[in-house]
Design a protein around this ligand. Structure first.
Ligand SMILES: Cc1ncc(C[n+]2csc(CCOP(=O)(O)OP(=O)(O)O)c2C)c(N)n1
Length: 610
């Protein structure tokens, strides 16, 4: 069946049985590809029927479907002419793991960060109205993404707008881990309102009340109502804020889904379709551990075991050290924006459940929550991936930095992250945090230095950023020396050879790039250069005196950093050169260009851009 599907038109031609078979084949296909390439598995297995139903009822690209986060669009990509290309998923020059308007006109809006779909959809619906067009606009959003502030801001505006559009709530009770919060509790009440299924409410009577629905529609609805388990629950949150609520509907029953989607099309005002799905559906191992298979590396399909044994990474080292610090200091608390496992906090949660807060996909809230706690004497530690810290920038400035509050902002996945691509690369954090007064910014050269920096940060009594990369420390360079961390002090890792008249080169490096600096020094020495290597440690406050002395001693300097070329280490050094009139020195910079960097392996992208 799958071989015959080259466009949504081919899906529309299939009967119920054929669509069921297609769903099974898609599952197998996705499983094969993700087990080879890695990627987001469980969320995609959960939306197979929903995606088939959407493409059966709506017509892309005229109709607009916006996928929140976009990690669940593999099925959509298969059905919109990218079946074969999906084999190159997440590889350099291959198919992206998220929707990309550049890749297909059926991807109508790029996503990657959570909770944006409702706002974007409303924007498109308002544009449609102003242009006098009449296509459908649909936002597909998970119950996890619904915990994000933007989603709620969007719902608030949509409900009030009375604009015709559909929000599909893909409710699998999971974010990456089990979903949390009051909204989740509210949804769980809706999920179990099976009472209405067999209720005595007359569908006809209720449907008459939906604005914009007339007699012909009632007849259509009467035809489909038997297969729709539940139509409308009156007087509830979604209805109160201006939506017509349809559901809940079984998200793995294509016919029921198609019926409810057709019904939603008839409504001239905002509709929310509540779809119940199972994350990992059809692959038992993922159904049992949907969190583990939310995003995965290559794995063995039979056993679910990873093909490559997991070695310790920075997140794990961070989590373990935080536990040991928290044992000695009961003021330390940890906050996660729905990324407990990814940021290494699982153990902390087990050990200190009262001092651990999973607050939903809500980075802005996480940071201001931390500010409130810090104001009252706690030491909040907030690990968030670099690209998601972008969300909380104003909170860092306005709530933490201006008040100079002792919040430890841990920037995980800083630098290149690789296969997740441009929305997830963590290349901007040094640049945007460097602008903020009162912030101290550090980056460790290896695991041990991360531990030392975390300990230092929890005693600093000021806002502090520690950035560290995805994955592990360098396998090629082992650092022997770990000088004590002192505020604003760099570390000289390798000194010039005395009385050596060869050309003197100083390498300034920060974070992960320090290991590259040591390797580069070796190569330069082989070319008869006299090289010193300085581990900058603090981007802010930067060790100005040491840098000035080093520049004065050198004919050439090289800067190395795992971030954008703008406003990072290279900029800081160039500023010092200009301010101190040291422009005789030659400078070579290694950083990432001023561009959004696509998906591919970290090694490939480093080679291409660094
Ligand atoms: C702003 C932001 N923070 C965190 C993430 C990481 N993330 C990706 S998917 C996801 C969970 C999404 O849950 P849900 O919306 O319910 O979709 P599901 O995977 O369950 O289908 C999270 C936290 C993100 N993409 N964007």
């Amino acid at each position: 069946m799958l071989e015959k599907i080259n466009s949504p038109e081919d899906v529309k031609k299939l009967n119920e049985q054929e669509k069921k078979q297609l769903a099974e084949e898609i599952r197998k296909y996705i499983l094969e590809i993700v087990s080879e390439n890695g990627g987001h598995l469980a969320s995609n297995l959960g939306v197979v029927e929903l995606t088939i139903a959407l493409h059966s009822v709506f017509d892309v690209p005229e109709d607009k479907i916006i996928w929140d986060v976009g990690h669940q669009t593999y099925v959509h990509k298969i059905l919109t002419g990218r079946r074969e290309e999906l084999k190159t998923l997440r590889k350099l020059n291959g198919i992206a793991g998220f929707p990309k308007t550049k890749e297909s006109e059926t991807d109508c809006f790029n996503t990657g960060h959570s909770s944006t779909s409702i706002s974007a959809a409303l924007g498109m619906a308002r544009a449609r109205n102003l242009k006098g067009e009449d296509h459908s606009v649909i936002a597909v959003i998970g119950d996890g993404a619904l915990t994000g502030g933007m989603a709620l801001e969007g719902l608030n505006d949509v409900g009030f707008s009375k604009c015709k559009m559909t929000v599909i709530l893909n409710d699998n009770e999971m974010s990456i881990s089990p979903n949390i919060g009051g909204l989740n509790k509210f949804l769980s009440k809706l999920r179990t309102k099976k009472l209405y299924t067999k209720s005595n409410i007359s569908a006809k009577k209720i449907i008459w009340q939906i604005p914009g629905i007339g007699k012909p529609t009632v007849r259509i609805i009467q035809r489909v109502k038997r297969s729709i388990k539940q139509l409308i629950i009156p007087k509830m949150f979604f209805e109160d804020i201006g939506f017509t609520y349809l559901g809940p509907v079984d998200g793995h029953n294509i016919t029921e889904l198609e019926n409810i989607l057709r019904l939603s099309k008839q409504v001239d005002t905002p509709v929310l379709v509540h779809v119940l799905t199972k994350k990992g559906k059809g692959y038992e191992i993922a159904e049992k551990s949907p969190d583990k298979f939310h995003a995965t590396g290559p794995f063995n399909i039979e056993t679910g075991e990873a093909k490559k044994a997991k070695s310790p990474d920075y997140s794990k080292i961070f989590g373990n050290k935080l536990v040991s610090l928290a044992e000695k200091n009961d003021k330390i608390v940890a906050i996660t924006a729905s990324m407990k496992d990814g940021t290494g906090l699982a153990e902390f949660q087990k050990r200190f459940p009262d001092r651990f807060f999973d607050i939903g996909i809500a980075e802005q809230h996480a940071v201001t929550l931390a500010a409130g706690m810090a104001k009252e004497g706690l030491i909040p530690v907030v690990p968030i991936y670099s690209s998601f810290y972008q969300r909380a920038y104003d909170q860092v400035i306005h709530d933490v930095a201006i008040q100079n509050l002792p919040v430890v902002l841990c920037v995980d996945r800083a630098g290149l992250v690789g296969a997740d691509g441009e929305t997830h690369q963590g290349l901007l954090d040094m640049a945007f945090f460097r602008l903020v007064p009162n912030l101290t910014i550090m980056a460790p050269k290896d695991f041990k230095e991360l531990e030392d920096m975390l300990e230092f940060a929890t005693t600093l009594k000021k806002p502090v950023v520690i950035r560290y990369p995805r994955g592990g420390e360098s396998k090629d360079v082992k650092f022997e020396s770990h000088n004590k961390i002192e505020l604003g002090k760099a570390e000289v890792l390798k000194e010039f050879v005395k009385d050596n008249e060869n050309e003197k080169i100083t390498i300034f490096a920060i974070g992960k790039a320090v290991a590259s600096g040591m390797l580069m020094a070796k190569e330069l020495e082989e070319k008869s250069k006299n090289v010193q290597v300085i581990n900058i440690r603090f981007l802010k406050p930067i060790d100005r005196n040491l840098i000035i002395t080093a520049i004065k001693e050198s004919t050439k300097i090289i800067t190395l950093e795992d971030g954008t070329i703008i406003n990072g280490l290279a900029t800081a050094v160039k500023e010092i050169i200009a301010e101190e009139n040291l422009s005789n020195v030659e400078i070579e910079t290694h950083a990432y260009p001023d561009k959004f960097i696509e998906h591919g392996s970290v090694e490939e992208l480093e080679k291409k851009y660094w």
